[in-house]
Design a protein around this ligand. Structure first.
Ligand code: Z5A
Length: 209
């Protein structure tokens, strides 16, 4: 059984990661490729418990503690869900991964990137995605989508400057690692965006799309 492929989707809120992940997973499954769709924080029982603490709890986390919890959830997710699926030959499509911690906790909230590197080395030595699709969306467009969804509160709480820093961080992550990353224009409507993503999966991974 050949090992599967690990694909991550990254970008700001409302960029369309969930929509694209669903579309890619459906197309791969239709083509006969076993596929697992998952997301972070979460994706394994312990990691989902940490997600509830991180996203719904009312703790104002210390930034280092928050990053440690993100990586604790991530290690649990990789060990219990992602690695077993890859070993069984599935293609794993993951909505957010370690780049989100770099973009949000470091570039968004000001955590020293050295902490991110240290936690990565401890939690996931030698492990990284085969491909990362970075969905690039201006912060104002993300806000407009949040309003259209009727849930602008979380977006507004962090403020436009925070979202602009996060967007810039994702762009820099993609530029710094073009072998792993592909930057996609998330202003495209869902089907053209899927077509662009499918082109990348075909050319880089030989996906049957
Ligand atoms: N976080 C962190 O700080 N550190 C970390 O390490 C990790 C996460 C892993 C997770 O939130 C939060 O955790 C997140 C970062 C932080 N936010 N904060 N604060 P989540 O899991 O609840 O949600 P999200 O990851 O931010 O996703 P989202 O806001 O749901 O957006 P999305 O998945 O990218 O978009 P979507 O759900 O596919 O679409 C959003 C809307 O736009 C929806 O109405 C769609 O119909 C519409 N849409 C989708 N695609 C398109 C296109 N192409 N054109 C037009 N409209 C579209």
């Amino acid at each position: 059984m050949p090992r599967g492929v690990f694909i991550t989707l990254e970008g700001g809120e409302g960029a369309g990661k969930t929509t694209l992940a669903r579309r890619l997973a459906e197309a791969l499954a239709l083509a006969g490729q076993p596929v697992l769709r998952t997301r972070e924080p979460g994706g394994a029982p312990g990691a989902e418990a940490l997600r509830a603490l991180l996203l719904s709890g009312d703790v104002a986390w210390d930034p280092v503690a928050e990053a440690m919890l993100m990586f604790a959830a991530r290690r649990e997710h990789v060990a219990k869900t992602i690695e077993p699926a890859l070993a069984a030959g599935a293609w794993v499509i993951c909505d957010r991964f370690a780049d989100s911690t770099l973009a949000y906790q470091c570039h968004g909230h000001g955590l020293d990137p050295a902490v991110w590197h240290g936690l990565y080395d401890v939690a996931l030595p030698g492990f990284e995605p085969d491909l990362t699709l970075v969905l690039d969306l201006p912060a104002e467009a993300g806000m407009a989508r949040a309003v259209a969804r009727g849930a602008p509160d979380r977006f507004e709480r962090l403020g436009p400057e925070f979202h602009a820093r996060v967007r810039e961080a994702f762009r820099r992550i993609a530029e710094a690692d073009p072998r792993r990353c592909a930057l996609l224009d998330a202003l495209l409507p869902p089907e053209p965006l899927y077509a662009e993503a499918a082109k990348v999966l075909r050319s880089r991974l030989g996906a049957p799309l």
